[in-house]
Design a binder for this molecule. Structure first.
Ligand code: BGC
Length: 762
């Protein structure tokens, strides 16, 4: 142990400090950090603002850090990512703690987006469970595994509202709705951070990408965003705020611009809103080289954009090193102040203090943990349940599902016996080879009486150039040596010999995610041909659809007998799919992002406003708001999803229809399971503000409950609304409710509700 550690230890004794994350005594923390900063040089302070990566993760920007070891020793690093395992994290930490002048530990971060090594479904899939306890649990397991591997700072949750399925990163978030998105943001922060950040099992969360990243124009990643403040506040900002209210430790600024200024250099966003209005007291990290990228945005050279970012309220610079290399110069030239550097440095040190790093920098470097905590049977079981609960049944004619556990099944499709595409996008810490292919799952769950035979049938895509772009992290689209005809014939022969066909089709993992946008969101032609040919056999056709986005699958919907949307299900993919196909679990997911008929409808989402010329229904009417060549309604609406059983909704009962001020409204509805299976239903409550000072959406989700009902069982589901629930940001961006009439709607999906109007006066 070096002298500086001794000094620290002595200081602790002197101050008698007990480090306890959530109840950290602010005065004690301030005293500790004041003392420490009093000993730091300017260069060391700037060093704390530097986040580096030796390149172990996914290098998404143009740079990877160099000279990592010497920077650590020189105290020029505040945090690092792309390093994992207790041993490597300890070695890294040792360089900082034992070898740098002041021995300040570094933050060790990572992108743990949907599970660490036990990969859960992609976030859009998890969201479709509408199960907050489950989502929290997956984040909890992820935190336990990641911290066992030395990582204690997570670049998740991603809470960007996304209404454009062309955008590949729609896979990484909760979908289109601010209310649901906010609930999920809170659940994830709770799951990652727990109630004690100093616990060796919890990690600091980062809400990202602040802000509006999901609104990139044309669904093209990193593109411009532009929207009115009223839309921002009512529709896009709520999930970030929810994460902040839930105590998230850090915020990541986004790549895009906000009102003409890139987020990483936007003072209105990072200071006026985030800190002054919302009271955020953690630190802000940039996205990967997003400070440097402001040069391309036309905001000046590296020195200028770095100064702009610091002044805007950005505390840590991810990989780009503009802070490290230019801030001293800017200070000398009077372009920034020492106070601004100090403030950012203090915020980074505070995060370290809250994590308990000064007390024990090695608390996350315990060699005995990976074996005990990572990829355990119990964790894989959570992954299996989470996956099953994330699936959305979109069609089930003639009750084809669940499948009988006898007879013969033709299991076909390019994703039916595949390990490379089960984990989904942004799962760099997971190992695809550990995932369960669908064929294996069907064999595990099907039992001895059912004969499952497999044929690939088609490539994911036959397009070699397309495959090259998708295969950047390994082979995801594997173009077979056999001809398309040969594969198709094999599948058709198998189909003819079988009782039922199950086709596992859709997108490869890297067809969604970062920098994986599509202008055509239909199935690739190779698979369309397969589905058409299979449908012609006349056998019952179950389509299991994997994708990282809502797809335009109208034709497949028509041709299929049953259609199950499974997203990218994670490491237990095959088992979970088999559980659902054979009925061990009755699907209960509901869509959280609208499925359009075609890209021309985009953006299409349920929370639309009315026009002055609304069209009632889908029958074309001249001079109404509509299309000549497509309906207004989407293929599948937000909130839609079926079950193997049937749920009957009674008439909603309202506690009163005339309310005053702070009275509350109770809305109750009886749900009866009238079908042949036990099941779960997501009951949804929507409101509409009929007259207001600004135009309001035709529907807004304000509540949901997931209830389990045995066959024949009835349960009463009750929602309680207060006037506060009706509040919105008005023209002056004041968050208020306005008295008047409100339509209150209850139902199984956004396009299937029963309603009544209540009046609510001051
Ligand atoms: C992504 C972030 C991610 C970061 C670090 C960026 O390209 O936008 O979501 O956290 O890389 O890996």
């Amino acid at each position: 142990m070096k002298v500086n550690r001794l000094i620290f230890a002595a200081l602790w004794v002197l101050l008698g400090v007990q480090v306890q994350a959530q109840n950290t005594d602010k005065a004690e923390m301030d005293a500790y950090i004041n003392e420490l900063m009093g000993r730091m040089t300017l260069q060391e302070k700037i060093g704390q603002l530097n986040l580096i990566t030796p390149g172990g993760g996914i290098p998404t920007g143009s740079a990877v850090s160099t000279g990592v070891e010497s920077k650590l020793k020189d105290g020029l690093v505040g945090g690092i990512f792309g390093v994992s395992s207790p041993e490597k994290v300890r070695q890294t930490q040792e360089l900082a703690v034992e070898e740098s002048r002041l021995g300040i530990p570094v933050l060790v971060g990572s992108d743990v987006i949907h599970g660490y090594k036990t990969t859960f479904p992609i976030p859009l899939g998890l969201a479709s469970s509408w199960d907050m306890e489950l989502i929290e649990k997956t984040a909890r397991v992820a935190a336990k595994e990641a911290t066992a591997d030395g990582i204690f700072w997570n670049f998740s949750p991603m809470v960007d509202i996304a209404r454009d399925p062309r955008w590949g990163r729609i896979a990484e978030g909760a979908g289109e709705d601010p209310f649901l998105g906010s609930e999920i943001a809170k659940a994830m922060v709770r799951g990652y951070q727990g109630d004690d950040l100093t616990s060796p099992n919890t990690m600091m969360a980062t809400v990202k990408h602040f802000a509006l990243y999901g609104a990139s124009e044309a669904g093209r990643d990193y593109n411009t965003t532009d929207m009115s403040r009223i839309r921002m506040f009512n529709e896009y900002l709520p999930p970030y705020k929810a994460a902040i209210d839930a105590g998230v430790g850090s915020v990541m600024s986004s790549f895009n611009d906000v009102d003409g200024i890139p987020a990483s250099g936007n003072k209105w966003l990072l200071t006026d809103l985030l800190r002054d209005q919302w009271g955020f007291d953690g630190f802000v990290v940039s996205d990967y080289t997003s400070v440097n990228e402001m040069i391309a945005h036309g905001m000046g050279d590296l020195q200028a954009v770095s100064a702009l970012s610091l002044k805007a309220g950005l505390d840590m610079d991810m990989v780009g090193e503009g802070f490290l290399t230019t801030l001293e110069k800017s200070l000398k030239e009077g372009k920034i102040t020492e106070d601004e550097i100090e403030l950012a440095c203090r915020r980074v040190l505070e995060a370290k203090y809250k994590l308990g790093l000064f007390e024990d920098p090695y608390r996350y470097a315990d060699d005995s943990r990976p074996k005990k905590d990572i990829l355990t049977k119990a964790n894989r079981q959570v992954a299996r349940e989470a996956a099953a609960r994330s699936f959305v049944l979109l069609k089930n004619e003639m009750h084809t599902l669940p499948l009988s556990q006898s007879g013969s099944i033709a299991l076909v499709g390019p994703l039916a016996n595949d390990k490379n595409n089960m984990l989904g996008t942004w799962a760099p810490t997971g190992n695809p080879q550990l995932s369960i292919p669908v064929l294996e799952g069907m064999e595990n769950v099907g039992g001895r009486k059912v004969k499952v035979r497999y044929a690939k049938g088609a490539n994911i895509s036959d397009d070699v150039e397309f495959a090259k772009k998708v295969n950047v992290f390994g082979t995801r689209i594997d173009i077979d040596k056999r001809s398309a005809e040969e594969m198709l014939n094999e599948a058709l022969e198998l189909a003819e010999q079988s009782d039922v066909v199950v086709a596992v089709i859709g997108e490869a993992t890297e067809m969604s995610g970062e920098s994986a946008n599509r202008t055509d969101i239909t199935l690739p032609e190779s698979q369309k041909k397969l589905v058409r040919a299979l449908a012609k056999t006349g056998k019952p056709l179950v389509l299991v659809m994997m994708s990282g986005r809502p797809m335009a699958i109208g034709e497949e919907y028509e041709l299929a007998t049953s259609l199950l949307q499974v997203w990218h299900p994670g490491v237990e993919a095959g088992n979970a799919i088999a559980d659902v196909l054979f009925g061990a679990y009755n699907p209960s997911g509901k869509l959280t992002a609208t499925f359009p008929h075609n890209v021309g409808q985009i953006p299409v989402h349920y929370r639309m406003k009315n026009t002055g010329r609304p069209q009632d229904g889908d029958t074309f009417m001249k001079f109404k708001s509509n299309y000549l060549d497509a309906p207004n309604s989407p293929l599948f609406a937000f909130g839609y999803g079926l079950s193997y059983t049937d749920f009957d909704y009674g008439k909603p009962v309202f506690s009163q229809t005339k309310l005053k001020g702070n009275e509350s409204l109770k809305v109750s509805v009886d749900i009866t399971n009238t079908g042949n299976f036990d099941g779960e239903e997501v009951v949804q409550l929507y409101t509409r503000d009929l007259v207001a000072s600004v135009t309001r959406p035709v529907k807004e989700l304000k509540g949901f409950q997931k209830v389990a009902l045995k066959r024949g069982e009835t349960k009463t589901v009750t929602f309680e609304l207060t006037a506060e629930d009706l509040a919105f940001y008005n023209f002056n961006l004041e968050f208020r409710w306005e008295p008047g009439d409100f339509e209150i709607m209850v139902g199984p999906s956004s396009d299937n509700v029963q309603s009544a109007v209540v009046s609510w006066e001051k």
